[in-house]
Design a protein around this ligand. Structure first.
Ligand code: 13P
Ligand code: SF4
Length: 348
C-alpha cells in the first residue's frame, strides 16, 4: 500500500501543486477536451499536476498508456496513447521511449512488459488489480485442462502473465469471438470471465464453450430489470453494453462491444441519448468529443482503475516506481499467447 502522507510531503516540497488558475489557463487546450465534465474551477486543482507530469515525462523519456477507464483528468491530461486493452497492448509493442507508465491495472502493465521487455514499465499503484485477473492462477488453468482434455485454453487478457503462459492463446473483448471461432477444436475453454464466455458462446454456436467461474465486479452489477426500467423512463435511449456484462444484460442492449467498440459505435451512430453499461469514466472521457450525445445513467466505478490518480502518476515518475517485472520463463509463454492472438485476429 502506498503511504500517502510522506508521498504528499515529498511532492509538495519538489513541485508547485497548489490549485492554480494560471496553470489552468496555460493548459486550457487540454481542459477543453473535458470541459463538459470538469468545471474550469476544478481544472485549477488538476492543472499543476498535469503540468508537472508532462514536464517529467520529457525528462524521463516516458510515455503514459491510458485505458479508457482512466478519470478524464488522467485520460485527457497526461496520457500519450489511450484505448482498450487490445489497442494498449498493440501500442506497448511500438513504444520507443525508455519508460512506459501504465495508466491502467496490473495485468495491463505486465502485458506491456511482456511485449516490450527492454522498457521500464511503471505501475503508479501496485494494488490496482482486477477481480478477473485475481480469480484464477496457473493451477486453475491446469484444472480446466484436466476437466476438458485436449480443449484449447483461450485466456482473456485480464489475467496474470502466469495464466497467459499456461494458456494457448489470449483474447480481448474486441476479438474474443474471432479467436474462439479460429480454434481447431469443437470444445474451447475460456477463462476467467464466465460472462464473456457465455456471450461468445452465443456468437459462436458451432463451438462448445466452457468457462471458469470468474466475473468483473463492475459489469456483474448490471441487471436486465434495471435496463428495462431505465428504458421505460427514457424511451429512445441507446443502451450500449460491454461483453463482461451477464448475457441477459447484453440481450437488453442495442449494441455490445469492447470499450473501443463502444467509442466507435457512439461516433458512428451519434444517438441523442446513450446509456453506457460499463465503467463510469467511459462516458465522461468521450462526452466532449460527442457534444450532441447526452450520456445518461448510473455511475459504476472500477475501484482498481480509480487507484491511478494524477498524484500517483507524478509520484511514479518522480521516484521511478514501481517497475513491473515478469520472470523470463513466464514472459516467454505469455508473449507466445498474446502473439497468437495478434496473428489470429489479423491485427499487427
Ligand atoms: P476493454 O478491452 O474492452 O477495454 O476492457 C478491459 C476491461 O478491463 C473492461 O473491464
Ligand atoms: Fe477488472 Fe472489471 Fe476493473 Fe476491468 S472493470 S479492470 S475487468 S475489475
Amino acid at each position: 500500500m502506498l503511504d500517502l502522507s510522506p508521498m504528499r510531503a515529498e511532492l509538495a516540497a519538489q513541485y508547485d501543486l497548489s490549485p492554480s488558475l494560471d496553470a489552468a489557463e496555460a493548459t486550457r487546450s487540454i481542459w477543453e477536451k473535458a470541459a463538459r465534465v470538469i468545471p474550469f474551477a476544478e481544472w485549477a486543482v488538476h492543472a499543476p499536476y498535469v503540468v508537472a507530469i508532462n514536464r517529467l515525462k520529457r525528462e524521463r523519456d516516458a510515455v503514459i498508456l491510458g485505458h479508457n477507464y482512466m478519470t478524464p483528468q488522467v485520460f485527457h491530461g497526461v496520457c500519450d496513447v489511450v484505448g482498450d486493452s487490445l489497442q494498449l497492448a498493440m501500442a506497448a509493442r511500438e513504444v520507443a521511449a525508455s519508460v512506459i507508465v501504465q495508466g491502467g491495472v496490473h495485468f495491463m502493465a505486465e502485458t506491456s512488459k511482456v511485449l516490450n521487455p527492454g522498457k521500464t514499465v511503471l505501475m503508479p499503484d501496485m494494488a490496482a488489480g482486477c477481480s478477473l485477473a485475481s480469480s484464477i492462477t496457473a493451477e486453475g488453468v491446469a484444472e480446466m485442462r484436466r476437466r476438458y482434455p485436449g480443449a484449447p485454453v483461450v485466456a482473456y487478457v485480464n489475467t496474470s502473465a502466469e495464466v497467459k503462459a499456461a494458456a494457448d492463446v489470449c483474447c480481448t473483448s474486441a476479438n474474443a469471438a474471432q479467436i474462439v471461432r479460429g480454434m481447431d477444436s469443437e470444445t474451447v475453454i475460456m477463462l476467467p470471465d464466465k460472462y464473456l464466455a457465455q456471450n461468445v458462446a452465443r456468437q459462436v454456436p458451432e463451438k462448445q464453450v466452457v468457462w471458469w467461474d470468474g466475473a468483473c465486479i463492475v459489469h456483474e452489477q448490471f441487471t436486465p430489470a434495471d435496463l428495462r426500467e431505465f428504458r421505460s423512463f427514457h424511451p429512445g435511449t441507446r443502451i450500449i453494453a460491454h461483453p463482461e456484462c451477464p448475457p441477459d444484460v447484453v440481450a437488453e442492449a442495442d449494441f455490445t462491444g469492447s470499450t473501443a467498440g463502444i467509442i466507435a459505435y457512439v461516433g458512428q451512430e451519434k444517438p441523442a441519448s446513450a446509456l453506457l453499461v460499463t465503467e463510469c469514466s467511459m462516458a465522461s472521457n468521450i462526452a466532449d468529443a460527442h457534444p450532441s450525445v447526452e450520456f445518461v445513467g448510473p455511475c459504476t466505478m472500477c475501484p482498481y482503475m480509480k487507484m491511478i490518480t494524477l498524484e500517483k502518476i507524478l509520484w511514479s515518475l518522480h521516484t521511478m516506481t514501481t517497475p513491473v517485472e515478469v520472470p523470463a520463463h513466464l514472459a516467454e509463454g505469455a508473449r507466445a499467447s498474446v502473439q497468437r492472438m495478434i496473428d489470429l485476429s489479423g491485427r499487427r
